[in-house]
Design a protein around this ligand. Structure first.
Ligand code: TYD
Ligand code: MG
Length: 458
């Protein structure tokens, strides 16, 4: 007798079904998206997204509602900024970050502050209702804000399905994706399959019910995120919440970045500080990344004017060079990409005959912010030069400019805005490639000219 098939393989990206497992979905071409699904319940309409089996239809693009105006303010300005103007309805937002960075705190604060009259369902698979309540009390969540938040402590998809269908939340928060499980996606709980399957079901639910989903995902220390990474293609927005390299030195700054955003740019960052009563938005972050000092600067310190989304930040770059301990010199830099540091060091070595290749290079950024903008090159070069020679830079000088391998300084975007921000923060001089707002005497074309000028300034 032919064996009755009990499971099929369903693509988490496009919904295509296959009788056998395949590495690549023949329908949408995505890799590793087919996951095993029990046949019985999927063919019955009783599932989470029950009753969606209508005849498929297409419709004219022009008749589609562009969904603009269907954003919900999160009540947290920096979160809205990163999302591109608020929480998009029918969207799924993955919030990744290391354990303890503040993901649950951020979501609970948004649950209380969101600009909606609808209900917010907070599903916690990690903490008990009591623990969540204690956190809410600590965050000062009470009154109407507290009463519209529903809490459910379970990771079982079947339980969550039932509650979601009863509560019909406008915002669904799931903390965390790693605690989701169901008997339908294999027998072993905690597998990537389980997480993907359950997430897919919840994403489908919010898309069909005009709600929004926040999905928390833990990321391990070394950034290896085999699990959460596999959710990235299923969601609309991926946010990463990160802190400074060492909390001890750099205080309580937290940065929220978008790694993917179907509804906005990925350039904007949200800047928060974690305090006794949760996360607070930093209204004017310009001073967070500078170190105030009286008189002379120590060697190895330079100030860069860099862009972060629509903002200009002045950040202190710190460099330290010591003779290499091993046969091979190394770069220790986790706030600025090490490849960039090596490249700038090589350019200095070549064009200024400054020997750096037999030194270990340590680079840090005050406040612990990660900088990837090209305009940081000149300040990085100046900090390295100053560290290696022991000659400090003149105080009150801000720098910007991209360095080419040939030693030229290339103009950067929005230079006038950088000059203006630096001036407002009390920087008297702005050294940069020629551009709008740069004083002709301080406009430099290559690294040689820049270093010469910098170290002869009064
Ligand atoms: P949490 O949101 O639980 O992190 P995650 O969900 O990312 O694991 O944040 C936990 C940390 O934040 C914990 O170390 C305590 C700290 N914290 C504060 O400093 N102030 C607060 O008001 C709250 C609620 C937490
Ligand atoms: Mg948490």
């Amino acid at each position: 007798m032919k064996k009755q098939r009990t499971s099929i393989f369903k693509c988490t990206s496009c919904g295509h079904e296959e009788p056998k497992w395949l590495g690549r979905c023949p329908e949408c071409g995505e890799w590793n998206t087919l996951i095993e699904t029990a046949v019985s319940s999927r063919s019955s309409p009783a599932g989470l997204a029950g009753g969606r089996r209508e005849a498929p239809q297409s419709l004219p693009l022009s008749s589609v509602d562009p969904q603009e105006g269907s954003r919900i303010g999160s009540g947290i300005a920096e979160l809205d900024r990163v999302l591109g103007g608020g929480i998009m309805k029918r969207s799924a937002i993955l919030v990744g970050g290391e354990p303890g960075i503040g993901k649950s705190t951020l979501l609970l604060q948004a649950a209380a502050a969101a600009d909606t009259r609808g209900r917010v369902l907070y599903v916690s698979g990690e903490e008990s209702a009591g623990q969540v309540r204690m956190r809410a009390d600590r965050l000062g969540i009470s009154g109407a804000a507290a009463s519209r938040i529903e809490i459910c402590c379970s990771g079982k998809l079947e339980d969550i399905e039932t509650i979601v269908n009863a509560v019909k939340p406008v915002i669904l928060m799931v903390d965390s994706a790693q605690t989701l499980r169901t008997g339908e996606a294999g027998l072993i709980p905690g597998t990537v399959n389980q997480m993907k399957f359950c997430s897919y079901e919840l994403i489908s639910w919010v898309k069909e019910h005009d709600a929004a989903l926040f999905l928390v995902a833990h990321v391990t220390k070394d950034g290896l995120i085999s699990g959460p990474k596999s959710l990235e293609h299923m969601v609309d927005t991926v946010l990463y919440f990160e802190g400074p390299a060492s909390a001890a030195n750099d205080g309580d700054c937290r940065f929220l970045r978008a790694a993917k955003n179907r509804f906005g740019s990925v350039d904007e960052i949200g800047i928060f500080t974690m305090g006794e009563q949760g996360l607070s938005v930093v209204e004017d972050p310009s001073l967070l990344f500078l170190v105030s000092r009286d008189g002379e600067l120590p060697p190895g310190v330079a100030t860069a004017a860099v862009l972060e989304g629509s903002r200009t930040l002045l950040v202190e770059i710190q460099a330290l060079t010591v003779p290499a301990k091993g046969a091979v010199s190394r770069v220790f830099s986790d706030r600025i990409d090490s490849a960039r540091v090596s490249r700038v060091a090589a350019t200095l070595e070549k064009h200024l005959s400054l020997r750096l290749s037999d030194h270990d290079l340590y680079i840090n950024v005050a406040g612990g912010i990660r900088i990837a903008e090209v305009g940081v090159d000149l300040a990085l070069a100046a900090a390295l030069y100053s560290a290696r020679t022991g000659i400090p830079l003149p105080a009150g000088t801000a720098l910007t400019g991209e360095l080419s391998l040939a030693g030229e300084l290339r103009p950067v975007r929005r230079i006038a805005g950088r000059v203006k921000t630096a001036r407002n923060l009390g920087f008297e001089r702005f050294l940069a490639p020629p551009g709008e707002g740069v004083v002709p005497g301080l406009a430099v074309k290559d690294i040689k000219e820049a270093i010469k000028l910098l170290f002869t300034l009064p």
